[in-house]
Design a protein around this ligand. Structure first.
Ligand SMILES: Nc1ncnc2c1ncn2[C@@H]1O[C@H](COP(=O)(O)OP(=O)(O)OP(=O)(O)O)[C@@H](O)[C@H]1O
Length: 290
């Protein structure tokens, strides 16, 4: 009989983590509609705004989007969270994590602008109108939990204005160069989300709102009159709200939900896969301009 302790394992050598095969350029699973059918959201080349009263489920939806993105090997993450705890569990998966620091938030948006400008130069040089899924550059997801913290609460008026101007530029120009913004706000008022900013978000999700006016601010003016108000969502039905796309009508959606433990499990796995990938490959362009 052979001595198995002396056998050479065929699995020695550097370990290769099994990464997930998700792509950010494919639609992301968001939740279910009122008939129980799955709802998938194409988010590449688009942006999403999430609004609703405190506790409506905005952060949970943002976590679902960020969590799916962490498992995609073609997107880099840039996370802003004034509370640090809503998106904080994903920190190890992100290229940049910004907490309650408006100066750093502005600096990071400026860096993103540089990345966008470089990508536009690249597109021009190869006579292409937008980044393609298999181009050298992957997508970038900028997720912001509580836009109002940076645009209306922290810092002084000048800094808040600078933040808002930069954010508007990234939402407007990011699409063609695969920079996606997913932003949540607890205060859906027109001083935080002016219609000119709202209208350039291709997707809008209105969780329960305290009144019809707030619902219209997120979904777009006039939907309440047509019978779509997220004020009608049951306050105990967190994660439920109206989702509207660029040219569609609002649809009722119940967002998928990741518990704290789920997030820790997914985040640890995704961080491990990403760490290995970053060690093997070149520096990302977001890190490179830092
Ligand atoms: N899709 C969902 N399914 C089930 N429960 C949910 C869902 N989304 C949120 N919840 C529950 O609602 C609670 C509040 O959700 P969440 O923190 O996402 O709200 P929020 O709108 O971000 O609130 P805030 O503005 O205060 O941060 C969660 O802790 C969870 O218990």
């Amino acid at each position: 009989m052979s001595d198995s302790s002396n056998a050479v394992s065929p699995f020695t050598g550097p370990s290769i983590p099994v990464g997930s095969l998700l792509s950010f350029f494919d639609p992301l699973f968001l939740g279910i509609d009122e008939f129980g059918q799955p709802v998938y959201l194409p988010l590449a080349f688009r942006n999403i705004l999430m609004g609703g009263e405190p506790g409506a489920g905005k952060s949970s939806l943002l976590n679902t989007v960020v969590g799916t993105a962490t498992l995609c090997d073609d997107v880099n993450l840039c996370l802003f969270d004034g509370t640090q705890v809503d998106l904080g569990l994903w920190e190890d998966c992100a290229d940049v994590f910004v907490g309650p620091d408006l100066e750093l938030a502005i600096l990071t948006l400026e860096r993103l602008q540089v990345v966008m400008d470089n990508r536009y130069k690249f597109l021009r040089s190869v006579r292409q109108q937008r980044i393609q899924p298999r181009d050298a550059f992957g997508a970038i997801l900028l997720a912001i939990d509580e836009i109002a913290y940076y645009s209306a609460t922290a810092g002084d008026e000048k800094e808040q204005k600078r933040f808002s101007v930069l954010l508007r530029d990234i939402v407007a120009r990011g699409r063609k160069v695969a920079v996606t913004v997913a932003g949540a706000t607890q205060r859906p008022s027109s001083d935080i989300i002016p219609p000119s900013l709202r209208d350039i978000f291709a997707w809008r999700f209105a969780g329960r709102c305290t009144n019809d006016v707030s619902s219209d601010i997120i979904l777009g003016h006039g939907w309440v009159k047509k019978g779509y108000s997220s004020n009608t969502v049951d306050p105990d039905n967190q994660g439920c709200g109206y989702l509207i796309g660029e040219r569609g009508i609002p649809m009722l959606v119940k967002a998928a939900y990741l518990s704290n433990d789920d997030i820790i499990r997914v985040a640890d796995y995704a961080a491990w896969v990403r760490r290995t990938r970053t060690a093997d490959n070149a520096t990302t362009d977001l890190r490179a301009v830092a």
